[in-house]
Design a protein around this ligand. Structure first.
Ligand SMILES: [Zn+2]
Length: 512
């Protein structure tokens, strides 16, 4: 089998042969950069723009979340109501400049600059050329700006709208670029990159934000009580993300919900004299999918759906506001599958997800490395909602001790993927397990949902678009015109090849 290095050579992408037509061209380049642009949509001019990013989720999850909400919780799924109210919707290709599967950094950059980059980079080409992101353009046009997310605030999806760095892991630099940029609202997790004791340069960014007039809040209560009109919210210590919704709801973890963060952001930005651009991110659907955690994923979606309702209500009472809703890529490739005669068992099996009361991640860390096997069945019953078979308990024990792996564990969440593979299998004749199968612990190349909604927008199918298209639509809505520099896939691969980076992608981060 050819390795990637040989393949790039064979494709004529290294050195002088780069100009020759390459076998890569039809696959990626055809849809890259200018290729897929359907042109202006005829969007109404928007004073305010809200972009609701759903990280790491695709059409299968949309259906799963919808069925769970309506059939299990008996609650209307607001996303459907959103479509009924006249949202324009479609699907989106997500590949990055040099890979069919994107990471969140390249995906966020595609939205915010209209250009594809190499996975891992934020608003920067591999030769160091920076790209101008949407919030920079919006601010120049007088808009207030904000970011609110359930991940670390310096994580890739929010960062891609302000920061320009070669590597998404430069989160100390990203925090510093936020300080220089001074968006009105920054809400999320991960205080480490703002605190003197954990920053490499020992700068106290919290003090520096305060000196620039920010109210810095560290808890849900402080957020809800804050009267500051510029706000920095850091809701978790260290490099932690905001805890999972399933743990917030059922394990008493005290943290603001995504809807509360979005509400706090809007309360401040709606006062902006010349309008605003706000990115709100449901950032951890992705993480639950990386971990192959059905209850984790579904409750992140429930929190996202509740947030969507809040955003749509805001749009309905605030003329001149346009709402974008888009997933950046799918993660996990999870599907609810049919089983039983006429698939009649597939619905009750979905009902069992309701009995899951803890994220798989929290469950794993509670059990520790060397749990008493006799206690495992009770732990599974109490927190995951079903009785494991003796065989499952035995295999769980081996996974927890690091002695075995099952399914398709990835470098990301290896033992969690293994644990999921053991736990979510359905023994013959049983219907009391979630019938949700994941195909990977990584991202996938699948197309994802995209939708637009707002004052004066005529509902129309968006078709299947490229992720870079959303930049053009945002510019159109804001009445702006701008074009970032271009780079071809071949050029990028050549630069990477010169640097010797065309081999196996580096593994650096638990959650790409
Ligand atoms: Zn992502």
């Amino acid at each position: 089998m050819m390795d990637r290095r040989q393949w790039i050579r064979a494709a004529g992408l290294a050195g002088v042969a780069a100009a020759a037509p390459s076998p890569l061209s039809p696959s990626l380049s055809a849809l890259t950069q200018r290729g897929a642009a359907p042109g202006p949509l005829g969007l109404p001019r928007a004073r305010n723009l809200i972009f609701f990013a759903l990280d790491g989720t695709g059409f299968e999850d949309l259906a799963t979340a919808s069925h769970f909400s309506e059939r299990v919780l008996g609650r209307p799924f607001f996303f459907r109501e959103f479509l009924r109210r006249g949202a324009s919707s479609g699907a989106m290709f997500t590949h990055s400049l040099t890979a069919v599967v994107t990471d969140s950094a390249a995906a966020s950059t595609a939205w915010s600059t209209g250009r594809k980059v190499v996975n891992g980079a934020l608003c920067m080409y591999p030769d160091g050329r920076p790209l101008r992101p949407i919030l920079d353009l919006a601010r120049e046009a007088g808009r207030a700006t904000g970011l609110a997310t359930t991940t670390r605030i310096t994580h890739a999806t929010p960062a891609g709208w302000i920061a320009r760095v070669a590597d998404r892991d430069q989160e100390d630099d990203i925090a510093l670029q936020y300080l220089e940029f001074q968006p009105e609202v920054l809400l999320g997790g991960g205080a480490a990159h703002f605190l003197a004791r954990s920053r490499r340069d020992r700068r106290d960014l919290v003090a520096e934000f305060r000196a620039r007039g920010y109210d810095v809040v560290r808890s849900r209560r402080e957020l809800l009580n804050s009267a500051g009109d510029r706000i920095l919210g850091l809701f978790t210590d260290g490099t932690s993300h905001v805890p999972y919704e399933i743990d917030r709801r059922f394990q008493g973890v005290d943290t603001p919900s995504l809807a509360e963060m979005a509400g706090a952001a809007l309360a401040r930005l709606q006062e902006a004299p010349r309008g605003f651009v706000l990115q709100v991110e449901a950032g951890r659907i992705d993480h639950a999918n990386h971990e192959n955690d059905p209850g984790g994923m579904i409750w992140e979606w429930m929190a996202a759906d509740e947030t969507l309702r809040l955003l749509v209500d805001f749009v309905d009472r605030t003329p001149g506001t346009l709402l974008f809703v888009a997933a950046d890529h799918d993660t996990g490739g999870g599907t609810v599958y049919g089983f039983g005669d006429n698939y009649l068992s597939s619905t009750p099996a979905l009902l069992t997800v309701q009995r899951q009361r803890m994220s798989l991640q929290r469950f794993r860390s509670r059990l520790g490395r060397n749990p008493d096997l006799a206690l495992l069945p009770e732990a599974v019953r109490e927190f995951l909602g079903f009785d494991p078979t003796p065989d499952q308990v035995e295999r769980m024990g081996r996974v927890l001790k690091g002695e075995a792996s099952f399914g398709h564990p990835t470098a990301h969440s290896g033992d969690l993927n293994s644990l999921a593979a053991v736990l979510w299998e359905i023994p013959k004749g049983r219907v009391d397990r979630p019938n949700l199968a994941f195909s990977t612990g990584n991202h996938t190349a699948g197309t994802v949902p995209v939708a637009l909604y707002g004052t004066g927008l005529t509902p129309a199918p968006l078709g299947v678009v490229d992720n870079t298209q959303l930049f053009s639509w945002m510019l159109e809505a804001l009445g702006l015109s701008f074009s970032n520099p271009e780079m071809s896939e071949a050029e990028a691969l050549e630069i990477l090849a010169r640097r010797g980076e065309e081999g196996e992608p580096r593994f650096r981060h638990p959650f790409d």
